[in-house]
Design a protein around this ligand. Structure first.
Ligand SMILES: Cc1cc2nc3c(=O)[nH]c(=O)nc-3n(C[C@H](O)[C@H](O)[C@H](O)COP(=O)(O)OP(=O)(O)OC[C@H]3O[C@@H](n4cnc5c(N)ncnc54)[C@H](O)[C@@H]3O)c2cc1C
Length: 404
């Protein structure tokens, strides 16, 4: 079997890349180890994805945003960052970003469903569900993939979109640095007694990190990061005990909190691959950078990467060059790394600072938050990174060299 582009992984990244290749006249094959039923009706995985305005614009261009039910979109108006027991947070306001909100919260399974439905209608894309890719080798005329059902497929270009623990990346000889944070993130939808006012909180306690993501009505997603065993114990409590413990953890700041769905547990591992490309292969989505979720950049960066790679492929087609041209792949790698390195480093620094309970670290973060809160330009830079609006360029603007 031969194809122009083989995408391995029909998660949000693989599906969005398939959409971004629409109109290039390429034959695309998409493989995923999960059965078709699960991909078409993905289960709620507890993740509420905070999308920036730039990501919304990309999803609109891909025709995916339009498929999301407006009732399932929640405004992320402002953000508040608390340190320890201090009652005064650093506040990042939508007004600093020049928009009516900093971003939008959408459940991950809704994004997956909307992306799946758009790809299902796309001409030139063949989806093979329930098929794993087990290995890859270069051949004289392309890159070969070995499939779990014994078949092989040869592609001009192969895309690894098979998660941060990408087997394909490893099979192609690309190493990665992994950082196990020794903590897990517990996610649960909760009904609040109080009003969240559409403000997202990040609350760095001394042995835990708590976030609250505002959903429509009185709903919110509680995001609790703890050493793994503590998180597991919390996830297994009886509902009444769980409600009591979570309400206490959040210090009654939004009144009583009651479980309104399933609980989901994610062990936290960050991944930084040595490279994003090798001959006739490029990694996208979490396979290109596996972010710690605390700064909510993972899928936003995934979309940035998809925009960059598909843009390079489009330009190659216009010049009559193959999409697997080494120049295409190296330009993608360079631009993606420019976008992701500062965010990956900054996230690692934030995580390091906020999981270090020694006195110097506590003092440093308290003063950093105080200074940041008083510096309007700092708050504006953060807000405008999210809204992509105003006099300060967002990461994509910087990469494109275009004015914001
Ligand atoms: C708790 C949590 C909260 C998050 N919150 C945010 C947020 O607020 N904002 C944000 O931008 N991002 C957030 N993220 C990150 C975001 O969820 C990920 O970046 C995104 O889901 C990654 O999509 P992906 O398609 O790259 O990978 P995945 O979703 O992991 O999909 C990979 C796909 O590849 C398939 N696959 C794997 N191996 C094979 C194989 N060998 N053969 C065939 N198929 C294979 C799998 O079946 C799967 O369908 C969060 C992540 C977590 C864990």
């Amino acid at each position: 079997m031969k194809t122009d582009v083989a995408i391995v992984g029909a998660g949000p990244a693989g599906l969005c890349l398939a959409r971004a290749l629409d109109g290039l006249g390429l034959e695309v094959r998409l493989f995923d180890s999960s059965p078709a039923g699960l991909l078409a009706e993905p289960a709620d995985d507890g993740r509420e994805i905070a999308l920036t305005h730039a990501s919304q614009a990309i999803l609109e261009r891909l025709g995916i945003w339009q498929r999301l039910d407006p009732d399932e979109l929640s405004d992320l108006r402002d953000a508040a960052v608390f340190d320890g027991e201090s009652a005064r947070p650093m506040r990042i306001s939508h007004a600093d970003g020049g928009r009516d909100r900093l971003g939008t919260l959408v459940a991950n399974h809704r994004i997956r469903k909307a992306a799946w439905d758009s790809v299902a209608e796309q001409a030139g894309v063949e989806v093979e569900a329930g098929v794993s890719v087990e290995g890859t080798l270069l051949s004289a005329s392309g890159r070969r993939l070995d499939l779990s059902d014994g078949r092989t497929v040869e592609a001009d270009l192969v895309i690894a979109a098979d998660s941060r623990f990408s087997n394909l990346r490893r099979a192609a000889g690309i190493g990665a640095r992994m950082r196990d944070f020794g903590r897990s993130m517990l996610l649960a939808r909760m009904t609040l007694e109080g009003d969240h006012e559409h403000v997202a909180w990040e609350w760095f306690g001394y042995d835990r990190t708590l976030a609250l993501l505002p959903l429509n009505g009185r709903l919110a997603s509680a995001v609790i990061t703890l050493p793994h065993e503590h998180a597991r114990r919390l996830s297994e409590l009886e509902t009444a005990d769980f409600n009591r413990e979570v309400t206490e953890l959040y210090r009654q700041r939004v009144g009583d909190m009651r479980l309104a769905g399933e609980r989901h547990l994610y062990p936290l591992v960050g991944v930084w691959p040595d490279r994003l490309v090798t001959e006739r292969l490029a990694a996208v989505g979490d396979a290109a950078v596996g972010m710690h979720p605390v700064t909510a950049h993972g899928f936003n960066l995934g979309l940035t990467g998809i925009d960059l790679l598909s843009g390079e492929m489009r330009a190659a087609r216009q010049r009559g060059r193959p999409v697997s041209d080494p120049a295409v792949l190296s330009a993608y790698q360079r631009r993606h790394r420019l976008a992701s390195l500062p965010l990956y480093m900054a996230t690692a620094t934030v995580v390091g600072l906020y999981t270090d309970d020694r006195l110097p670290a506590r003092l440093l973060r308290r003063s950093l938050l105080r200074v940041a809160d008083r510096l309007a330009p700092f708050r504006q830079v953060v807000a405008r990174q999210l809204t992509g609006k105003g006099g300060l360029p967002g990461p994509l603007d910087l990469l494109r060299g275009s004015p914001p």
